[in-house]
Design a protein around this ligand. Structure first.
Ligand code: SAM
Length: 327
């Protein structure tokens, strides 16, 4: 079992397989994109698999693939098939913008992927285009439908509510759960990503979103299950889907944080909002042993901070963009 200095059990690894993305969400990236990590520095699948095998022996049992956009990386389905063979990994999931899901959902399921989280910030085609700079709304919906029918469930739809951008759609997202077996999760807008576009006044906090939703009916709490993570779960009375809240800013869940992140270029980050990184690529490429990888893992876990400071005056925005960390 992997315990950190604050006695948190670390069992969850989020792997950013690429920093490339096929959208340009305004709050995440400038239109021209961000400087990309050179191919040579990006971990090969074989290297990632080795890291996961070593980590799994020490206590990592949950893996999520993210990015960038994980589905744009060539060979992702075969990689997932190999990852799913690692016995100790009990929960294997992926976060995607859904654009390539229509084509890939069935293959992903066959490869052993359990479930997907799909990011979607608007239910209106024109606004989707405005936020993401790509006219792909219909394609994302086709991807959601395909993922449902392929059984990549439960499907979670992640919506970042931003004041003045899409906060008038908060209720519309919740209405989806009345007749679709989807979990809609509201994510507070965090200070990371594209330049200076973030402002505290743009955050729509979880309590505020809850107040909006209470106008639709009673929100019935649902007990958390083993793989749930930090979201608090509810159901609108009579709905078949669920609602979740991730209050990363207003109600940080650092005391329960069980996560590590692996960046595309092979660094471990122990907190989304800290630039401290532990390098694994160096060990992999100089022919290091599994024992050395394990020692780096333990060093990283020992350095995991007690909490982030995004809602305090001590906060400094981190250097890496979300797409190069893995949101
Ligand atoms: N491309 C994949 C996707 O779209 O889901 C995975 C990577 S993306 C960086 C992961 C998630 O991070 C998305 O749901 C996105 O909305 C979220 N995200 C990016 N910047 C954010 C911010 N400043 N605050 C909150 N969530 C953010």
């Amino acid at each position: 079992m992997l315990l950190d200095l604050y006695r948190r059990k670390i069992n969850y690894l989020r792997i950013s397989v690429t920093d490339r993305c096929n959208l340009r969400c305004r709050y995440c990236m400038p239109e021209e994109g961000i400087p990309l990590i050179h191919h040579e520095y990006v971990l090969r699948y074989e290297e990632i698999l080795r890291i996961v095998r070593v980590f799994a022996r020490e206590g990592i049992s949950k893996v999520r693939l993210t990015g960038g956009e994980p589905l744009v990386r060539k060979g992702i389905v075969d990689f997932i098939a190999r990852l799913s063979q690692i016995e100790e990994i009990r929960d294997l999931s992926l976060t995607t913008n859904g654009i390539l899901l229509r084509e890939l959902a069935r293959d992903l399921k066959r490869a052993g992927l359990r479930r997907v989280n799909i990011s979607l910030d608007s239910l209106r085609r024109d606004r989707f285009l405005q936020i993401t700079r790509k006219d792909e709304y219909e394609r994302v919906w086709a991807g959601i439908v395909e993922a449902l029918s392929a059984g990549l469930t439960p499907i979670k739809i992640n919506m970042v509510a931003i004041r003045g951008v899409n906060d008038d759609e908060i209720e519309d997202f919740a209405r989806l759960t009345r007749h679709l077996p989807l979990t809609v999760r509201y994510i507070e807008y965090m200070p990371s990503g594209n330049g200076d576009v973030w402002a505290e006044s743009h955050i729509v906090t979880t309590p505020e979103i809850q107040r909006h939703l209470e106008t639709l009916g009673k929100l019935i709490p649902i007990a958390s299950e083993k793989w749930d993570g930090p979201a608090t779960r509810f159901r609108l009375e009579g709905a078949i889907g669920e609602i979740g809240f991730i209050g990363a800013v207003s109600n940080h869940f650092c005391s329960e944080c069980n996560r590590l992140r692996l960046t595309p270029d092979g660094k471990i980050r122990t907190c989304l909002f800290s630039d401290d990184e532990v390098d694994l690529r160096e060990i992999l490429r100089k022919g290091g042993t599994d024992e050395e990888l394990k020692q780096r893992l333990l060093a990283a876990i020992h350095s995991k901070p007690e909490r982030h400071h995004i809602n305090t005056h001590q906060f400094k925005k981190c250097q890496r963009n979300m797409s190069a960390i893995g949101g």
